[in-house]
Ligand binder design. Structure first.
Ligand code: 5GP
Ligand code: MG
Length: 176
């Protein structure tokens, strides 16, 4: 297996990720059947999770992409950089798909921008949640669908990066 020197240990293997993502897909299938939801991939980190997740949802759906980020290297900058316009979501059942919730600054901001566009509903699916790292202002923020709750670790792989590297690792690893 390819484990770069900067990876301290593997937190979730490819198989563990596949099984959890499959379970989330099952829940989404039963919640969104007959609704033609719009799944929005929050770029870039959630791209791998997104691709796997939507293939586990067994009902008609559409996809969109939205670019937002607040990280620089391994630190949250606290400043959300939303690089694209919110797609036309009026009257749509929207599922925002994010890689990880940390302080929740990014998703709180993205969620507010999406809510301004009057979707019929807006839910959040995230693979990882670092609950203990919430910004005081967003301490009650939680996703509707969560893969795993993790401690305060900096993780990479399965789409998550460190300065753009490691997104191609098929597992989630702890960065040294
Ligand atoms: P928040 O705004 O919730 O603090 O941060 C969310 C974003 O920061 C995530 O979408 C992700 O891009 C990045 N992020 C937070 N924690 C980690 C981490 O442990 N590893 C990586 N690679 N990115 C993280
Ligand atoms: Mg992200």
């Amino acid at each position: 297996m390819y484990v770069p020197e900067k990876i301290e240990r593997i937190l979730y293997t490819q198989e563990e990720l596949a099984e959890r993502v499959r379970q989330l897909g099952e829940r989404l299938t039963s919640d969104y059947g007959g609704k033609n939801p719009l799944f929005v991939c929050v770029l870039k980190g959630s791209v791998v999770f997104f691709a796997d997740l939507i293939r586990g949802v067994r009902c008609p759906l559409e996809i969109e992409f939205y670019k937002a980020s607040s990280y620089d290297g391994t630190r949250s900058t606290g400043k959300v950089d939303s690089k694209s316009d919110v797609p036309d979501i009026t009257g749509r059942d929207v599922v925002l798909v994010e890689d990880i919730v940390d302080t929740a600054r990014t998703l709180s901001d993205v969620k507010a921008r999406f809510l301004e566009k009057s979707p019929a509903s807006l839910k959040i699916a995230c693979l990882l949640d670092k609950r203990s790292c919430r910004d005081e202002r967003f301490k009650n923020f939680s996703a509707d669908y969560t893969g795993f709750e993790i401690e305060n670790l900096f993780v990479v792989g399965y789409g998550l990066d460190c300065s753009q590297a490691f997104r191609n690792l098929p597992y989630i690893g702890v960065y040294k």
